[in-house]
Design a binder for this molecule. Structure first.
Ligand code: NDP
Length: 372
């Protein structure tokens, strides 16, 4: 018998980008015609027109509730290209020196900060002061102190702060969370998260502590931390961590190559996590409970995410993560929707507190206790 998944895979991922542009727009009824969205559209300017900014912009073409309307960039030639490609008016284009003027622009609702990690703190605070909602890429900042300041600035300006946690809207992931909440796995005992890849160009900002704030942990290890939290469904109370460095020339002081680390949860569940910039094919979550298990592999890549549990293969629809994320964020901003797994500044801060603790545990070799 053909499964829904077989059918979806046959018609191909590109066609799906249109069909599955939003979870909420997805229909199970054959022949049902979608009503065009008539609500308020989130008008977004992207700051930082690099690799991921480009991916988000392309994915936003299929959004129904969010639209790319402007850019902020330090590279004039990119602004010109994007203006032509996405039909962006000159008045919605800024650089890093003048983007505070966006406060006088009524045609932009939110700014999506997709620049190197170390710039997020200052840029989000400037976005807030300009009275615009801030969407910020992960890691939200370099440490918990910066994260707290960003949350405070957005609160003061009465704007929303959201973090680009695209997995929080991913259907296979949400199914595992639903099953866990329904008790299908029984008492959760163990989570394993392996996140890593071999990083290339030694001159990229990701290997520069001043711009990256660290190494693999800031970039990819954060997925293991965030995943452990949303899969287990608890907040950790302790961290232990060990670092391995095989290439101290490429991975300089303060830029971690590989960190193995462990989290302990109040229920007694433990997580064994791996973050690496020097090991390929690490994109796997595994969770074991008294009555069952869940496995996602790949677990956080751009997809398709593939999963199975003790009950069989997961067959949820394959989505373009960034399309769904931006449509969902429009609803969070305009309708105060509460997603199953939060994407607000407080959620970003929780991961930053754990990252701080991981680095402290690596430095001291001691178990670090986490407080709420
Ligand atoms: P890129 O290097 O591809 O792009 C970053 C862009 O930021 C640049 O192209 C540039 O754009 C701008 N920029 C501003 N100042 C600097 C600077 N001093 N050095 C370098 N670039 C600068 O990085 P990514 O797009 O891969 O990553 C950006 C952010 O997005 C990071 O925080 C990363 O963690 C996050 N990310 C998230 C992913 C996810 O799946 N959620 C995936 C990949 C990245 P311009 O020329 O327009 O100014």
């Amino acid at each position: 018998m053909n499964t829904r998944r077989d059918f979806l895979q046959k018609i191909g991922a590109s066609a799906l980008m249109l069909q599955l542009s939003s979870i909420t727009a997805f229909s199970n009824t054959p022949g049902q015609i979608e009503q065009p969205y008539q609500g308020k559209v989130l008008r977004v300017a992207i700051m930082g027109l690099g690799g991921y900014g480009t991916r988000v912009a392309e994915a936003m073409k299929a959004c129904t509730k969010a639209k790319l309307v402007g850019v902020i960039s330090g590279t004039p030639s990119k602004i010109k290209d994007w203006q032509a490609k996405y039909n962006l008016p000159e008045k919605n284009c800024y650089n890093y020196e003048n983007f505070d003027q966006v406060k006088d622009n009524p045609d932009i609702d939110a700014i999506y900060v997709i620049t190197p990690n170390a710039l997020h703190h200052n840029q989000v605070i400037r976005v807030a002061k300009a009275g615009k909602h801030a969407i910020c890429e992960k890691p939200m900042a370099l440490n918990a102190k910066e994260g707290q300041e960003m949350i405070a600035a957005c609160k003061k300006a009465n704007v929303k702060l959201l973090v680009g946690y695209r997995m929080h809207f991913e259907p296979q992931t949400l199914e595992v969370i639903r099953m866990r909440n329904a008790g299908d796995f029984g008492k959760i005992m163990f989570f394993q998260g392996q996140c890593g890849f071999k990083t290339g160009d030694p001159n990229q900002w990701r290997l520069n502590k001043a711009l990256a704030g660290g190494g693999s942990m800031m970039d990819i290890g954060i997925y293991a931390i965030n995943g452990a939290r949303y899969m287990v469904g608890e907040e950790p109370i302790w961290v232990t961590a060990q670092e391995t460095k095989t290439d101290p020339i490429k991975f300089k002081e303060g830029v971690d190559e590989t960190i193995q680390f462990q989290l302990g949860f109040p229920s007694g569940a433990v997580a064994s996590l791996l973050s690496s910039y020097n090991i390929n094919h690490l994109d796997r979550f595994f969770m074991s409970g008294d009555n069952g298990f869940a496995e996602l592999q790949p677990s956080t890549g751009y997809g398709p995410i593939t999963g199975r549990t003790h009950k069989g293969e997961l067959t949820q629809p394959i989505t373009t993560h960034q399309t769904v994320q931006m449509d969902e964020m429009a609803t969070i901003i305009f309708e105060n929707k509460q997603p199953v797994v939060p994407v607000n500044g407080e959620e970003g801060l929780k991961d930053l507190k754990i990252i701080d603790a991981v680095y402290q545990a690596v430095k001291t070799g001691k178990k670090v206790t986490l407080t709420a």
